[in-house]
Design a binder for this molecule. Structure first.
Ligand code: FES
Ligand code: FES
Length: 155
């Protein structure tokens, strides 16, 4: 018989507190299925594609690999944390350079870009490639992603 777990996970997501009783639920399911924050995408479920990238305490992490228990007491930012008016420099650059094609990978790409620029506001092309290397884009938008991050770093 499974162990009864009465503890609740408390996770701050996009500046709001949420509770989960499901300690083994992947963060990705908690975001998408429980909270209906569907901007964070499911790609591989194996930590390979980066479609599910979110910020956890400032680090770009795979929401498919973390459980809600892993995030207990932590601060998570998803793509829904970007302003609705599109005024964030990352949103602006992504729009100006028409970065997305199908769009599926782009929430993860934008979150990885956010993590990179928070730590390194003026990354070199090599640093951009390195930081973004774990976010796969089947549409091959990599050149535009690099240009968009360069544009932000020049502001
Ligand atoms: S869905 Fe998480 S890395 Fe692919
Ligand atoms: S824009 Fe289609 S997978 Fe990246």
């Amino acid at each position: 018989m499974g162990k009864l777990n009465l503890s609740k996970m408390a996770i701050k997501i996009n500046n709001k507190m949420y509770e989960s009783k499901e300690d083994s639920m992947p963060l990705l399911w908690f975001l998408r299925d429980v909270l209906r924050m569907t901007g964070t995408k499911y790609g591989c479920g194996l930590g390979i594609c980066g479609a599910c990238t979110v910020l956890v305490d400032g680090e770009a992490e795979r929401a498919c690999l973390l459980t809600t228990a892993d995030c207990d007491g932590k601060e998570v930012f998803t793509v829904e944390s970007f302003p609705e008016d599109g005024s964030d420099p990352i949103q602006q650059a992504w729009m100006e350079l028409n970065v997305p094609q199908c769009g599926y990978c782009q929430s993860g790409q934008m979150i990885s870009a956010k993590a990179l620029l928070a730590k390194n506001p003026k990354p070199s092309v090599d640093e951009i490639k390195e930081a973004m290397s774990e976010n796969i884009c089947r549409c091959g938008t990599y050149p535009r992603i690099i240009k968009a991050i360069q544009k932000i770093s020049e502001q």
